[in-house]
Design a protein around this ligand. Structure first.
Ligand SMILES: [Zn+2]
Ligand SMILES: [Zn+2]
Length: 447
């Protein structure tokens, strides 16, 4: 089992998945990392955003709000929401006092656990009031983000009707979508109730996965400057499938020739826990195209779950499989750069604990000559992965998208519960490569 689960940093494996899921965001519990080693923060699950799971009635309309909008700030350990009190317990148990950390050079045995809650953000940040005052200048740099996190988490569980999660349906034929950034995307897609930064943060945390994919593939993609000439060739091939031309059939009937596009999401994690209907928002960007999403990797499903395939409608198919990608690859057999695309969301390719496990998977994916897009949760994460891929596969790939900040990153910060000095935004940056010696061959014309 251990060998199967080493694709992502082993650090995350130190806690059981269930506890990690409870913690919801940052899942880094590796006590032995020295202070200079960069710890990784990757969202494992976003299911808990959908608090009423199991209810037959999914609407929140009948519920009485527990918390009013002017009552969203609470010291975590005194929160009226049990889930948030649990989170305080986790931080106190596994967290770090940054002042102790500094004084004891990362030696955890000598450190006190963070029991003192900052009065401004309400999180247990330091071991005691004395250390809180000692480290306050440093803490102030992130206190505002933590306060925002505190209020956002209370808001999500406040019991108010979450109107921002009522997503729009298909696009009208005469409505053009603008993919420049979240604001104009929400506007041109007629998202209702997107009138506060908090609404945007809640929604972007979910939609960053489907819309990051959409924004790269869409013809109004915001990355014109970062896409290389090789990238243009790849995208032109893919777009010829995504935007099919009307064909005049022999009997005079016009029809569209549509082909399924496969999206291989390697090392899938949080994205595999998204409710399937969230992916409709990708579907709506390409109303002609059926998509098959393949969520592959040891964190895709809870341990020991059998792989399965399911459908939302005739244009969205999902396969979930805990296999390592290089094994899954063999099952698929043939690949087509026109119809097969890889997306790796914050894969941690350069992380020392997972780098070796990624090598054969990346090599197989490059072999296909299909486009591969990779995100990272901050600049260092992107640079670490780029460096590892350059060192391990430098001869074998061409750039298709130069590293850049993702216009559709999550606007919400994920907090590392083990180290509150770390806050990241899912899919902060994006870059793209594909296997070298790309030849345009596409045999569907003969089919
Ligand atoms: Zn301390
Ligand atoms: Zn604070």
């Amino acid at each position: 089992m251990n060998s199967l689960r080493m694709l992502r940093p082993a650090a995350a494996r130190a806690v059981s998945a269930s506890r990690a899921r409870m913690a919801q965001s940052a899942v880094v519990l590796k006590p032995s990392l020295n202070s200079t080693a960069r710890q990784i923060t990757r969202p494992l699950s976003i299911k808990s955003l959908f608090a009423s799971k199991g209810d037959n009635d999914q609407s929140t309309a009948i519920k009485q709000p527990i918390l009013s909008q002017d009552n969203l700030f609470h010291p975590m350990s005194e929160s009226p929401i049990p889930e948030i009190r649990d989170r305080a317990t986790i931080i106190k148990k596994y967290g770090t006092c940054p002042v102790c950390n500094e004084e004891h050079h990362g030696d955890r045995a000598a450190m006190q656990s963070p029991e003192f809650e900052c009065p401004d953000c309400g999180l247990p940040t330091h071991c005691c009031e004395e250390h809180y005052h000692k480290g306050k200048t440093e803490h102030d740099k992130i206190c505002g983000i933590l306060r925002e996190h505190n209020e956002d988490e209370h808001d999500l569980r406040s019991g108010r009707p979450m109107k921002e999660f009522e997503f729009p349906s298909a696009q009208g034929f005469d409505e053009a979508i603008n993919m420049a950034n979240w604001d104009v995307f929400f506007y041109t897609r007629s998202f209702p109730s997107m009138d506060s930064d908090r609404n945007m943060r809640h929604v972007s945390k979910l939609l960053t996965y489907p819309i990051t994919i959409g924004s790269v593939l869409h013809e109004s993609s915001p990355y014109r400057k970062q896409v290389t000439p090789e990238g243009l060739r790849s995208l032109a091939a893919i777009r010829s499938i995504l935007y099919p031309k009307v064909i005049l059939a022999k009997d005079g009937v016009t029809m569209l020739k549509t082909e399924t596009v496969n999206l291989y999401l390697l090392g899938a994690r949080a994205e595999s826990t998204l409710p399937p209907h969230i992916w409709l928002q990708l579907s709506h960007l390409f109303p002609q195209t059926p998509f098959h999403l393949h969520f592959i990797g040891p964190d895709t499903l809870p341990p020991n779950r059998e792989p399965y395939t399911t459908f939302l409608n005739d244009r969205l198919t999902f396969t979930y499989d805990n296999a390592m990608y290089h094994d899954y690859h063999e099952k698929i057999g043939s690949f087509d750069p026109y119809r097969d695309i890889y997306f790796l969301f914050a894969p941690g390719i350069g992380h020392p604990d997972s780098r070796e496990a990624w090598k054969p998977s990346i090599a197989k994916a490059l072999d296909t000559k299909c486009a591969m897009f990779i995100t990272g949760f901050d600049q260092t994460d992107v640079q670490t992965d780029v460096k590892a891929v350059e060192e391990d596969h430098g001869e074998d790939f061409d750039w298709i998208l130069k590293p850049t900040e993702n216009h559709f990153k999550s606007l919400k910060h994920d907090i590392n519960l083990q180290d509150l000095t770390q806050a990241i935004c899912a899919n902060w940056g994006i870059w793209g490569i594909r296997g070298k010696r790309y030849e345009v061959t596409h045999n569907t014309e003969d089919e």
